[in-house]
Design a protein around this ligand. Structure first.
Ligand SMILES: [Zn+2]
Length: 136
């Protein structure tokens, strides 16, 4: 086992390895397995093979700079998507007590107590006031 480990380390030397995009591709691959178990489509099978090849190719790649750039591009899309997702989860969790509204001036999302009626809200971010109605 130790020998195998050493060989693997030697083999991976100078190769790219794993990153966030790798993790995302693995997750995507497993989602595709589950989806394909239900609808078993040829297109998904081809897509799965492509994802798998891409995963292996990236992990073993010696062009570390290029792979790092790919990961950065991915993170640029993923980070705001994840932030938006967690906001949506919070919005649902606090639906009974709070409302989330965007400030029309600076576009920041504000968390407001759920009080029915028309309110004047002062944005803590840009200090501008705006009117808002909470229906219920
Ligand atoms: Zn604002």
């Amino acid at each position: 086992m130790e020998k195998f480990k050493n060989k693997l380390t030697q083999f991976m030397y100078g190769r790219y390895g794993t990153d966030q995009l790798y993790n995302a591709l693995i997750v995507a691959y497993f989602i595709l397995i589950v989806v394909n178990a239900f609808i078993s489509s040829a297109i998904i099978s081809i897509f799965m093979a492509a994802v798998l090849i891409w995963i292996i190719f990236r992990t073993l790649s010696r062009n570390i700079y290029k792979r790092r750039m790919e990961n950065e591009k991915f993170m640029k899309i993923w980070k705001p998507a994840r932030a938006k997702g967690s906001l949506e989860i919070r919005r649902i969790k606090e639906i009974k007590t709070h409302r989330f509204r965007k400030c029309p001036h600076c576009k920041k999302v504000l968390r407001l107590p759920r009080t029915r009626g028309k309110h004047t809200v002062k944005c803590p971010c840009c200090n501008k006031e705006f009117e808002m109605r909470i229906l219920g």
